[in-house]
Design a protein around this ligand. Sequence first.
Ligand SMILES: [Zn+2]
Length: 266
Amino acid sequence: MNLIDVHCHLNHAQFKEDLPDVLNRAKKAGLKAILVSGVNPPANREVLQLAQKYPVIKASLGIYPIDALGLTPDAAGLPHHQGKINLEEEFAFIEKHKNTVVAVGEVGMDFFWAEKEKTFAEQAENFRKIIRFCIKIKKPIVIHSRKAEEECIDILEQEIKNKEIPVIQHCFSGRKSLMSRAAVLGHYFSIPPNILRAGNFQTLVRKTDIKQLLTETDAPWLSPYQDQKNEPAYVLESVRKIAEIKEISVDEAADQIWENYERIFS
Ligand SMILES: [Zn+2]
């Protein structure tokens, strides 16, 4: 069985001590690729180093919307960036490494950590620039849209014509009508293992063609087990739940998701 985690943060402080063990457990569980997502310039550099060190790790370099504004809260456990991010400089860095980088993300908009009234214009402008950059370098884009699902879909719809690049909605928490809108636009949804407890992800899986589903962990967050940090091996929980909802075997679900991964990221 080939398993895939398209979004996690193995450069987080919580993995400083046990990364080799975490990767061993991932390997045993069947993980064939683990996309580690950057959120800002120092994090992106760490992600590239991890990808160079461990073949199973693939680099997804990103510009988190809150980091782009220079509003990141301290002690997030990820490398901290002071002040606003210079997008053009970071685009140049990503482009320079585009043979190693498999996707751009996480990127998008967030009105949970930043007030919409004060930051919409700047977040939207940054997001548009990032989408245009992804189209230019022809990379899949991994979307973070906390409390900004509709706004992100609006902008993605305006900027991406004819499905030029794959769009992966990470941890999508929009309402049902937005699930349908994104699905019609051809977006993919990556499903985290807390689907075991989260009814909205179960609905998302029920409503979406399996050809548009992927799996992620967002580790160390979104654990399927309340008292344990999350890790890539737990994508198996997402696959099991997807299999149950779609009424197919776990092997069939894993095969289809792996096929999706290869089609999207090759
Ligand atoms: Zn994340």
